[in-house]
Design a protein around this ligand. Structure first.
Ligand code: PHE
Length: 465
């Protein structure tokens, strides 16, 4: 089970630290920002049910595969695929999966930071009491004004990316571990409190039924693909990220147990976030299919209804949400940093800074897409991207299309290319039947199901009508 090859990278300080960091990467904007708005525009319960099935049958097995590849490879994503391929007597060219995965992660980081910047920009709005007593309409207007201002958005994006870069530059132990251990539990508690508040002020029955009662007539190929993409996004499955984190883990970590912990806590946070948001949507006549702004026009309504306490509550919540986003963005930047560090023979601070700057510049496209370039709908001619601006297009292209596609390649590599022994040793299931189930899902379920879903959704209704 031990590492083969030389190990240039640091390791997590303990098993718990590894699990917490992986949870920290998976729990983020994907849970409380992306999950509710994707569920909202894809029919609610039908989406959620498909999402849960995808987590169990595809995302969890792939998470274990990524962990195993990383721990055996003991290098960056690119290096780990290379290493595992060579150990399996296969072409080192399979490292291309690591390459593409790394690029996908990098582009996700660019727009992820822009959304986190919206959260930062909300903080002065909350502190100055603008939300106190505001109606749902007022909140909508405040949010629209925010998006219309490229300077504020750039400032939020810059502060967030700079903080991410600073922590990654310092290395995995000093920054990431500490932040995750304290802040994640605090965040979950706040989310639960907000859910209770929203159940009281909103229409809980309508919200819960929208989210949890599947209407099977709403299941279309696009809904299935969106749910699959969300399952991958929320568990940080890009073909590269969990490989990188797995490489920092030591041989004594039980990977299946770690994977299960990550998947369960992540799913729980997403469902709770949905239960916090949809009662407000229905109680205040908001639009469930509003898209990326959903979080920002619903929760502030809850805060505004809480009187003076709402100010403090809203502030603490947004701060914690920011930390949850930070423990994710750190992992996003870490993927390319880990690779660049390998190439440059160290110099972590320098490579992290260059990469952070580059991601900031790419993110500027998404900032300007909200205002100066708001008329641009890059792929608007395709049904799937209808009405989507630059940021939304990045989100759909990467999260909904690229991640399931990466899943196909990771599954083929882990199930058909790399040697079976590597995975049976790394995963080391207590019950051998579990390994057979894992291998069956990776070989016979993931690649065909993912390809079929992608095919149906992309060929289904290609042109916007
Ligand atoms: N899982 C993260 C979240 O839910 C997002 C993410 C996607 C992180 C892909 C890494 C890779 O916020």
């Amino acid at each position: 089970m031990a590492a083969t090859g030389s190990c240039a990278h640091a390791h997590w300080s303990s098993r718990l630290a590894f699990i917490m960091a992986a949870v920290g990467s998976s729990v983020g904007l994907g849970n409380f920002w992306r999950f509710p708005f994707e569920a909202g525009r894809n029919g609610g319960g039908a989406f959620v049910l498909t999402y849960l099935i995808c987590i169990l049958l595809m995302a969890l097995p792939l998470l274990l595969a990524e962990f195993a590849i990383g721990r055996r490879g003991q290098q960056s994503a690119v290096g780990s695929y290379h290493q595992v391929a060579v150990l399996s007597n296969r072409s080192p060219g399979w490292r291309a999966i690591g390459w593409v995965g790394m690029l996908v992660v990098f582009f996700i980081l660019a727009y992820y930071s822009v959304i986190a910047g919206w959260i930062i920009a909300y903080i002065p709005i909350i502190v100055t009491g603008k939300l106190t007593g505001a109606s749902a309409e007022d909140v909508g207007q405040i949010f629209a004004n925010l998006l219309a201002n490229p300077w504020i958005l750039t400032a939020g994006h810059a502060v967030f990316m700079a903080t991410t870069t600073f922590i990654v530059a310092r290395g995995i132990k000093g920054g990431i571990e500490l932040a995750v251990k304290i802040l994640m539990p605090a965040f979950s508690l706040m989310l639960l409190l907000i859910t209770i508040a929203s159940a009281i002020i909103g229409d809980f029955a309508a919200g819960a039924s929208f989210l949890l009662t599947p209407d099977f007539s709403k299941i279309t190929p696009l809904v299935v693909l969106s749910a699959t993409g969300q399952a991958f996004f929320t568990l940080s499955l890009t073909g590269a990220l969990m490989v990188t984190y797995g490489a920092y883990s030591t041989g004594d970590v039980n990977l299946p147990r770690a994977g299960l912990t990550v998947a369960m806590s992540d799913t729980l946070v997403a469902v709770i976030a949905g239960l916090a948001i949809f009662p407000i949507v229905f109680g205040f006549g908001l639009d469930a299919s509003e898209g990326p702004g959903l979080l920002f026009v619903t929760l502030p309504v809850a805060f505004s209804q809480m009187g003076g306490g709402g100010l403090v509550f809203g502030l603490v919540f947004f701060l914690l949400a920011l930390f949850a986003a930070l423990t994710t963005s750190i992992s996003l930047l870490e993927v390319a940093t880990s690779w660049a560090e390998e190439k440059a023979g160290g110099q972590r601070a320098k490579v992290a800074t260059i990469l952070g700057l580059l991601a900031f510049l790419i993110g500027m496209l998404s900032v300007l897409g909200q205002n100066v370039w708001s008329d641009i709908h890059p792929l608007g001619a395709l049904k799937m991207f209808e009405g989507q601006g630059i940021l939304d297009t990045f989100n759909t292209l990467l999260g909904t299309i690229m991640l399931p596609l990466m899943g196909v390649f990771v599954a083929i590599f882990a199930g058909w290319v790399a040697s079976k022994e590597i995975f049976s040793e790394e995963l080391n299931f207590s019950n051998p039947r579990l390994f057979s189930i894992w291998r069956f899902l990776i070989r016979f379920v993931c690649p065909p199901a993912l390809l079929y879903i992608l095919y149906l959704a992309i060929s289904g209704a290609p042109v916007a009508g």
